[in-house]
Design a protein around this ligand. Sequence first.
Ligand SMILES: [Zn+2]
Length: 131
Amino acid sequence: MKGLGADKRYWEALSDGRLELPQCAACGRWRWPAPFRCGDCGGWDFNWQTVEMRGEIYSWTRTWHPFEGTEHLGSPFVTLSVALPRAGGVRLMGLLDGEVEPAIGAIVTGKGAVSHVYGRDIPAIRWQVSQ
Ligand SMILES: [Zn+2]
């Protein structure tokens, strides 16, 4: 993908429906957003690991009014911040699918999806509350 930096691998994996996140090769800390250098130990090398798209809702917000680039979602829509316990608790953003009331701490599973925004296909994660 063109124009991407330290997070290039994340976007490429998500385009294939997989989640990959960087873990510092020196200190083992999971890092997201992806840095070029570890903010804890100063290491430059990262091991990109495949991570299951499963976590818990850390926070959420419901948007009632569309704004530029979200018109295709309809409204209202719910955006989640999901903590991933298998990746050191790093948090990822994504949309919640379905007509369910989100709750802090609820377990969600994700899947890769593509949104067409501003004339481009952008990979994203769509989350569903686990039953
Ligand atoms: Zn480190």
